[in-house]
Design a protein around this ligand. Structure first.
Ligand SMILES: CC(C)(COP(=O)(O)OP(=O)(O)OC[C@H]1O[C@@H](n2cnc3c(N)ncnc32)[C@H](O)[C@@H]1OP(=O)(O)O)[C@@H](O)C(=O)NCCC(=O)NCCS
Length: 277
């Protein structure tokens, strides 16, 4: 039976019916495939993305069968976590710079060569990070998040994890996207190629995004995630909201606004020092 079918079957079993030793082998095999990038929670297909629920099921299975175990370099420096959620084995051969200082990359995540991970950052299980991407300090790459090549995740940006429901889209950040400092991208939002999120932009499944150049409002559909179009430059804006009382108190809510589509000025504003890589 292929791994996908084994995982589908184990996922449906009540926890007491799962043979833990068998499940541990399955989880170890899945993590190997996630580490090498052979298996992904979602992958590009025909200009869009296909979600692979069996991968998420495998990760959820890892949590179900995991038990607390000690992760202790010495007696004064100790960690406790599920034994299926260990740190990813890494070596110089991975050609990834992990700058010392509190970064953790969970086993079962793909980190392409040339990625830079500044401390402290956390890359969760199921994440996929493409070549040359910069993960700056205090960045979270949540479970199953798919981050493309040459993406810049600026300091403090949070890329949310989406494990359940298993057929839901993870957060997807395509190639050459620039995510400004302190952005938050959550709930399966998709950011298409070369888009630029100005610092402080927050995107959730419920966030409407007002597109000034195209005169339209981008929203999540019943079966489609909130999608930021290719090359859009999104800024943190606001809009008036509520009733007369709200107007009397001049209330407005935070609203991301597409001010323009990427141009030479944006390229200049987001250019990065290649020597930092
Ligand atoms: C989005 C960003 C890249 C600017 O893009 P740009 O293409 O150079 O934008 P422009 O300068 O052409 O500005 C277009 C309009 O948006 C406004 N604007 C630009 N950035 C803005 C921001 N962050 N907040 C509010 N308004 C902004 C400009 O004033 C201009 O409006 P106007 O025409 O009414 O004057 C920049 O604002 C940004 O957020 N950079 C990321 C910074 C960061 O997080 N760095 C982390 C690494 S240190």
């Amino acid at each position: 039976m292929i791994l996908r079918e084994i995982i589908d079957r184990l996922y449906e079993l009540p926890p007491e019916k799962i043979d833990r030793d068998d499940a541990l082998k399955v989880v170890a095999e899945l993590k190997g495939h996630l580490n090498s990038g052979d298996a992904r929670a979602a992958s590009p297909a025909d200009g869009g993305w296909t979600v692979h629920p069996w991968v998420k099921k495998g990760i959820i299975l890892a949590f179900r069968v995991g038990r607390l175990h000690e992760l202790a370099p010495d007696e004064t420096f100790r960690f406790f976590d599920k034994d299926t959620m260990d740190a990813r084995p890494m070596s110089l051969d991975d050609a990834v710079r992990v700058v010392p200082g509190g970064t953790a990359v969970r086993n079962g995540s793909y980190i392409a060569p040339g990625v830079v991970i500044m401390p402290p950052s956390y890359v969760n299980i199921g994440a996929w990070v493409g070549e040359g991407t910069m993960i700056d300090s205090h960045v979270l790459v949540g479970s199953c998040a798919q981050v493309g090549a040459r993406v810049h995740l600026s300091a403090g940006s949070q890329i949310g994890g989406v494990l359940e429901p298993v057929n839901s889209s993870p957060v997807i950040i395509e190639d050459d996207v620039f995510v400004g400092g302190n952005c938050g991208i959550y709930e399966g939002t998709m950011v298409r190629k070369r888009a630029v999120l100005g610092s402080g932009v927050i995107l959730t499944g419920s966030t409407p995004v007002y597109d000034i150049p195209l005169k339209k409002i981008h929203r999540r559909g019943t079966a489609t995630p909130l999608t930021i179009p290719e090359g859009a430059v999104v800024l943190a804006g606001s809009r008036k909201t509520g009733d007369d009382w709200a107007a009397e108190h001049r209330l407005s809510v935070y609203t991301p606004v597409i001010m323009k589509y990427r141009d030479e000025r944006t390229d200049a504003a987001t250019v990065l020092e290649s020597c930092l890589r």
